[in-house]
Design a binder for this molecule. Structure first.
Ligand SMILES: NC(=O)c1ccc[n+]([C@@H]2O[C@H](COP(=O)([O-])OP(=O)(O)OC[C@H]3O[C@@H](n4cnc5c(N)ncnc54)[C@H](OP(=O)(O)O)[C@@H]3O)[C@@H](O)[C@H]2O)c1
Length: 354
């Protein structure tokens, strides 16, 4: 994201403020600039007669930076106007993304705007992507070619089974936990690494029946100090960590070198978390088994990127989480909470930056 011009920045941070219950207000305005379904907009409007929903979803010419509204209190969308003086009453930003790294230059939470992300919304599609890719990488690759050539091979290739293998899930939040739940159902042993290994429970938005809310699936949850050591026993390393100053380059050469030669690396969070040069070298040298990469340091991936032709590598265009499901439920629940003066789900921790 572009840097906000210094002149337009607020210099003094506003203190975080808890939303007031609706009885103290005559109206509250919500700007809707995120993909949600029409029925959900009606449902939103029906939550409270005082809620004034300004729906700009279809307005192609809508320019957030040109928007000015003294009454605006809530944005459901990707960001705020760069100049916050245009929206002096803004209290809450609900993002459609789980990642908040696009706001890192001048985060709204530093200006006292409560920011909630969409963690939990992408857990199911991304976990299904990972499960599907893991199963695919365990199947022989020649079948499609044989079928196209109308060829029945004399000897069928041996199938390698997933059951009994070990996955190290790096980042054990909404996505990591649903990956663990799905893979453990296939008999995969789960190890997890996260910033605060002592914090086992997940208190974010979650589709009922999914994930691992109490953190009981992994055989071990380790801190970052044990990442390299734990990588030695991983047949599969899955990266699900938010991009912050602390996580940039987290999966470095040392971690990659520690993986067994048959191990696969999957990245569904953000490209810069992995040392891409080290991973590419390891793939070319046969020091790791393969990679499934949905995200890259440079996106879109340039046509001449070496990743397109990297050995044993599946490339997808930052698409593992694209879904129209679940976000609507999070918005309705959070707006309901806001109106009732209850704590919002998925508040970004200003100290940790995710
Ligand atoms: N490919 C896509 O289309 C797509 C879609 C959605 C999201 N994403 C990416 O996926 C990320 C994760 O989403 P989520 O919903 O799972 O987030 P989440 O629920 O907030 O979970 C984040 C997890 O990462 C851990 N973590 C944070 N910083 C870390 C660090 N420096 N080292 C180790 N662990 C760290 C956290 O540990 P603690 O719990 O101990 O703090 C937590 O377990 C998003 O931030 C976004 O970048 C990608």
């Amino acid at each position: 994201m572009e840097a906000r011009p210094a002149a337009s920045r607020r210099t003094s941070a506003r203190r975080p403020i808890a939303p007031l219950p609706p009885r103290y207000r005559s109206a509250m305005r919500l700007l809707l600039d995120a993909e949600i379904q029409d029925d959900t907009v009606d449902e939103l409007r029906g939550l409270d007669a005082k809620l004034d929903v300004v729906d700009v979803r279809e307005e192609r010419a809508f320019d957030m930076d040109a928007f000015r509204d003294e009454q605006l209190e809530i944005i459901v969308g990707p960001r705020t106007p760069r100049d916050l003086d245009r929206v002096p009453g803004l209290r809450w930003l609900q993002l459609r993304s789980a990642g908040v790294d696009h706001l890192a230059v001048d985060p709204p939470w530093r200006h006292g705007i409560v920011t909630t992300n969409a963690r939990g919304v992408y857990a199911i599609p991304i976990a299904e992507y990972v499960t599907g890719m893991v199963l695919r990488s365990h199947q022989p690759t020649g079948w499609a070619m044989d079928q196209a050539a109308h060829h029945w091979p004399g000897e069928a290739p041996l199938i390698t089974v997933l059951r009994g293998s070990t996955a190290l899930v790096v980042g054990y939040g909404s996505i990591g936990r649903e990956i663990a739940r799905q893979l453990s159902a296939l008999g995969v042993r789960i190890l997890a690494a996260k910033a605060r290994p002592e914090k086992r429970a997940d208190d974010g938005y979650r589709v009922p029946g999914t994930g691992d809310p109490d953190g009981s699936i992994p055989e071990r949850i380790v801190g970052l100090d044990r990442l390299t050591e734990t990588a030695r026993s991983a047949d599969l390393l899955v990266v699900t960590v938010p991009l912050t100053d602390d996580s940039r380059g987290l999966v470095d050469r040392e971690v990659i070198d520690a993986l067994p030669v048959h191990a696969w690396v999957i990245n569904v969070s953000r490209g810069p978390i992995i040392d891409e040069a080290a991973l590419l070298e390891a793939l070319r040298a046969g020091q790791v088994g393969g990679a499934v990469l949905d995200v890259f340091a440079q996106e879109p991936l340039p046509a001449d990127s070496p990743w397109w032709d990297a050995p044993n590598t599946i490339v997808t265009p930052h698409a593992s989480g694209v879904t129209l499901r679940y976000f609507d439920r999070l918005v309705i629940e959070n707006v309901r909470r806001y109106l009732a003066g209850e704590p919002l789900l998925n508040q970004v921790d200003p100290e940790r930056g995710y």
